[in-house]
Design a binder for this molecule. Structure first.
Ligand code: SF4
Ligand code: SF4
Length: 225
């Protein structure tokens, strides 16, 4: 069964195809001014991810203060192959589609397009290319949240099930704030109502599994680009 984005998922490895851990670009809110002017939902999504990143960074610092060491590192991406229940929300799907179709170019774009077109035959996440996430700036909340301390996951291991105590628990404040923020996109009118939907968990009914998305449609859109 798919789990809450707060504690499950995978993360990625790519800061211009580089590392899997919190990248420098995660420290600040990303900005795509021209695209945000054209696509107002993109600003909301980038704010949401900035809040998510702040919570993840704080959680990692708390772990480090307790003597733990983040195991996630550059080139480490077995989680992107083995995790099959990564939740992704509609606003996130819009962000991924925008990034893949309008920001990727050249050989990386073509590789991602092919993987999306054939995703049903491939057990890995279709955005994993050369052990890195091709959509790192727009990767889902679940991927941002999933961090493991002290020991790198074995190939095929899902640390959430094998050693939950080593998996970062996201800071509740930031996690809930980001989810409530996202509900503005769904026209939930008041902050009180948005918070209530996060607290009672109904927000998660909006999510689907990343592996079950009809990525063929995005592949087709990229082919037209
Ligand atoms: S989107 Fe895919 S490749 Fe990127 S971090 Fe998440 S699981 Fe890994
Ligand atoms: S340590 Fe585990 S969760 Fe972290 S990047 Fe490596 S495989 Fe993924």
């Amino acid at each position: 069964m798919m789990q809450d984005a707060s504690v499950r998922g995978t993360k990625l490895n790519h800061d211009a195809m580089s590392k899997k851990t919190q990248s420098n670009s995660d420290d600040q809110r990303l900005s795509y001014a021209a695209d945000e002017a054209r696509l107002p939902w993109l600003s909301l999504l980038l704010e949401m991810y900035h809040t998510t990143n702040q919570g993840v960074a704080q959680g990692i610092r708390q772990g480090e203060r307790q003597g733990r060491k983040l195991a996630c590192a550059r080139g480490c991406a077995s989680c992107c192959r083995s995790h099959s229940d990564i939740p992704v929300y509609p606003l996130e799907l819009m962000g991924i589609a925008w990034f893949a179709s309008e920001q990727l170019s050249g050989a990386l774009r073509e590789k991602v397009r092919q993987q999306l077109a054939q995703h049903k035959a491939n057990p890995s996440c279709p955005f994993l290319v050369d052990e890195a996430c091709a959509i790192h700036p727009l990767r889902p909340m679940a991927c941002r949240h999933f961090n493991v301390f002290d020991r790198v996951c074995a190939e095929g291991e899902d640390a959430f099930h094998t050693r939950r105590e080593d998996v970062l628990t996201p800071v509740e404040f930031h996690k809930d704030k980001a989810l409530a923020m996202m509900l503005r996109h769904h026209q939930v009118p008041t902050e009180t109502e948005r918070k209530a939907r996060v607290t009672n968990g109904s927000v998660h009914a909006l999510a689907q599994s990343l592996r079950e998305v009809r990525w063929e449609n995005l592949a087709q859109r990229m082919g037209l680009g």
